[in-house]
Design a protein around this ligand. Structure first.
Ligand code: HEC
Length: 199
C-alpha cells in the first residue's frame, strides 16, 4: 500500500513540483499559441464576414456585462415622458443617428448596410434599460462604429435622445416625421444651447 499519508515528505513535494511545472508549461504554450494566432493574422477582422459563433458569443456577452455593470450607477431623470424632451430627442436622432440606425419609413443607407456589427433599427422594444441606453449613447462601443456622443453633447441632450428611443419602436413613418418636425430647435441651435459636461 502506498497512499499519500505514508509517502515520505520529499516524494510529496517532488510530485507537487512536477504538477506545478506541467501547469506552467501548459500556460506558456497557451500564451504562445494565442500570440501566434494574433501575429499570423489568423482571425479575419473584415466587417463583411460575420464573427464565428464562439467569438460572437464572447463579444456580445462581454459588451452586455460591461454595459450592465457600468450603467448601474446611472441615475435616470424622472421626466423621460416629457413631450418637449421627446420632441427634442427626435430632432437629434434624425440628424445624428438615423444614417446608421435608420428610422420608420426610411430606406437602408450605404453606412447601415456596411456596418458590422449592424446598428439595431429600434423597430421593436429594446431590452436595454434607459440607464444602459444612456451609457451606450454617451460612451459609445469600441470596435462597433457606435460613437461616444458624450464627447460633444451634454447629458441633458443625451437623455432627450434616450427619452425619444423609448417611443421610437411604436412610431409609424408619419408619426416619426411629425415628431421630428416638432423638434423645438435645429441641431446647431440645440448644440449651442447645451455645453457638454457631466461624467
Ligand atoms: C456610424 C454609425 C452609428 C451612428 C451614427 C450611431 N450609432 Fe448607435 N450603434 C451603432 C452600432 C454599429 C451599434 C451596435 C453595436 C453592437 O452591436 O455592439 C450601435 C448601438 C447603439 C445602441 C445599443 C443598442 C442595443 O440594443 O444594443 C444604442 C442605444 C444606440 N446605438 C444609440 C444611438 C444614438 C442615440 C445615436 C445618435 C446620437 C447613434 N446610436 C448613432 C452605430 C451607430
Amino acid at each position: 500500500m502506498h497512499d499519500v499519508h505514508e509517502m515520505p515528505m520529499a516524494d510529496v513535494s517532488r510530485k507537487r513540483w512536477r504538477a506545478l511545472r506541467t501547469v506552467a508549461a501548459g500556460a506558456a504554450v497557451a500564451v504562445a499559441m494565442s500570440w501566434a494566432i494574433v501575429y499570423f493574422g489568423v482571425y479575419n477582422l473584415a466587417a463583411d464576414i460575420p464573427h464565428t459563433r464562439p467569438v460572437y458569443w464572447l463579444m456580445e456577452t462581454a459588451r452586455d456585462r460591461s454595459v450592465a455593470m457600468r450603467a448601474r450607477s446611472v441615475r435616470v431623470p424622472a421626466n423621460l415622458e416629457d413631450a418637449q424632451r421627446i420632441a427634442m430627442g427626435a430632432g437629434l436622432y434624425d440628424d445624428m443617428c438615423s444614417s446608421c440606425h435608420l428610422a420608420p419609413g426610411m430606406e437602408k443607407t450605404e453606412i447601415s448596410q456596411g456596418l458590422y456589427p449592424p446598428a439595431p433599427e429600434f423597430n421593436e422594444p429594446s431590452d436595454l434599460t434607459p440607464g444602459e441606453a444612456f451609457w451606450i449613447v454617451k460612451h459609445g462601443l469600441k470596435m462597433t462604429g457606435m460613437p461616444a456622443w458624450g464627447v460633444t453633447h451634454s447629458d441633458t441632450l443625451i437623455w432627450d435622445m434616450v427619452a425619444f428611443l423609448q417611443k421610437l419602436p411604436a412610431l409609424s413613418p408619419e408619426q416619426y416625421k411629425a415628431l421630428v418636425k416638432s423638434a423645438p430647435k435645429d441641431h446647431d441651435a440645440m448644440m449651442k444651447a447645451q455645453a457638454p459636461g457631466g461624467s
